[in-house]
Design a protein around this ligand. Sequence first.
Ligand code: ATP
Ligand code: F6P
Length: 460
Amino acid sequence: MPVYTVSHVSNIRICVVMVGLPARGKSFISQRIVRYLSWLSIKAKSFNVGNYRREKKSHPNAEFFDSHNEDGLKIRKEAAVEAVKDMMKFFQDELGVVAILDATNSTKERRDWILKLCRENSIEPMFLESWCDDDSIITKNIMDVKTSSPDYLGQDPELAAKDFIKRISKYKETYEPLEVETNKDLTFIKLINVSEQVIINKIETYLESRIVYYVMNLHIKPRSIYLSRHGESMYNLEGKIGGDADLSERGWKYAQKLPELVKKVLKSEEHDDYDDDDDTDIKLTVWTSTLKRTQQTASYLPYDKLQWKALDELDAGACDGLTYEEIELQFPQDFKERDENKYEYRYRGGESYRDVVIRLEPIIMELELQENILIITHQAILRCIYAYFMNIPQEESPWMSIPLHTLIKLEPRAFKTIVERIKADIPAVSTYKEKGTSQLGEIEDINNKSKNLITGAPLR
Ligand code: ATP
Ligand code: F6P
């Protein structure tokens, strides 16, 4: 089945050309854009010129990047040519929609070369510059990600950091930032000191504006996102889907225990603003759906709460209130079709997982902007949110196990998300249905299948 993306409608292909000195978060931004667009089914890929260069020169010191180093210049140009060649193949052979050329692209000459190639191939160029003169951010970036780069494999981190600072100064000698006055005709976005100030020029298409909006919401403050399903509900006990049931007795027990679980994880983070005597000092906001079971689950939590309609469970339409066995009996063809393609299957009068992802986009945008948030919502919704943070492909995400009575902590880091799962130790039924059956599974079986939930799986 073809996957229709936003840009198939407008038939646009975009090359996002990153611009900026080393350690300005270009790879970070590139990977985030790819993850966001892929989650929305827009075919996107990042081409990191550093990786191509490493094939030819694996451990360069700062002198390699000197603008008078002929050998260095030749290798760097060859790496860029190879990356661009693969990028063109991605557009032509893989029907790519958004490619990101992740390199410093710090001179006008280099950018003009890319611009020309894009125009010859009917690809829309969009420049994305990250400009930063905040030394504390740059030093942190170097220590966090550059000293552990393959460029410095086995080297002392302090010496590596010194060399990296020298590398930056080599780039500074020839760096030509994007200026509005001289680039009036270019489509570009310039981030200044992360997103303290943002300059936007000539953004013309819908897809470009979505990328701009997303990038503007990114921040780099450390934070955690906590996810939980509602406590076991009366419908869960009966194996029924959908509805707006109350919590079961065990569901209420989970609701009562949740403040303690949350307090424990927040405490383990050693928040500066943590005050042992007063939980409300901890800056956390709880988001729930508009359905009773999530609000009841949140009812003992002493934090600000916000209800989102967008967090309501996947709408099962004609099947709402039925068990999977009843669905198989009453709608056998639908039951089969859903198992065959769970992501795309739309319940009669209801929704598909794809529909849910689309309505969750504002939630994801807001989540990028926010700091510590606890989301109490439903199985299908949590699968979609989890898939975004963990970069899980669409074929897998609707089949992921997200058990009841478990608090999940997600800690987004530069190039991965760390996951921790805290069980409340309150029994609950399983709501997990395997492919090819209408029976609900045993909770133990499910846990074995959710390895990526238990360990901190790196982003794929
Ligand atoms: P290089 O040119 O050496 O490849 P880079 O510009 O690609 O460097 P990254 O490897 O992406 O830099 O750096 C990652 C770090 O940048 C992370 O620690 C992240 O928190 C930080 N970061 C993310 N966005 C920004 C930004 N807009 N400005 C500055 N730093 C950022
Ligand atoms: O059973 C709980 C539930 O949240 C239902 O309300 C919902 O339809 C279902 O899970 C989503 O899971 P799946 O997409 O696996 O059927």
